[in-house]
Design a protein around this ligand. Sequence first.
Ligand SMILES: Cc1cc2nc3c(=O)[nH]c(=O)nc-3n(C[C@H](O)[C@H](O)[C@H](O)COP(=O)(O)O)c2cc1C
Length: 171
Amino acid sequence: MNEKILVTYATRTGSTAEVAQAIGDTLSASGAHVDVLPMQNVQDLSAYRAVIAGSAIRKSQWLPEAMRFVEKFRADLGRKPFATFTVCITLAMSNTEQYRGVVAKWIAPVRELVTPVSEGLFAGHLDFSKLPLNWDTFLLRVTVALGIFPRNDRRDWNAIRAWATNTQTLL
Ligand SMILES: Cc1cc2nc3c(=O)[nH]c(=O)nc-3n(C[C@H](O)[C@H](O)[C@H](O)COP(=O)(O)O)c2cc1C
């Protein structure tokens, strides 16, 4: 039986990829065999005994390719331990705790397809240096200017690693 764990991710500006790598490194450090791959590079799950899939949030949703991944592999994922993680900027707001339930609802479409054993919800990074200037990013700049969303990198690496360690016991 294969003992590898897949950590796979969908990202636009890279912050979710780095979260995936931190999760993979945490699992590897405790002896697991782990692949960390972008979702578009995953064609087959048969090599993996468990899957952790994560996406950045845009407009209160997982990225389309992340949803397609779960839809495509729904049957396989239902037969393996499956965990999700989500990276967004809402969880970087000062009053984070009141928004965790809101963010958890954004992942309901994933949960309807496959039931995860664990769901990581993490603050991300609004990196305007990697974003084009368009209406959506203009609105985001306004929310930052108003002090609603923070501009800097708000990923909490200790929380990410702690979640990975805890999730490993469930896989
Ligand atoms: C166009 C756009 C829309 C976004 N929409 C949301 C949103 O609805 N809710 C939220 O919490 N974060 C939102 N974000 C913030 C991203 O989820 C956050 O910056 C995340 O770290 C990006 O991950 P990535 O670097 O892996 O692409 C949005 C970011 C962009 C650029």
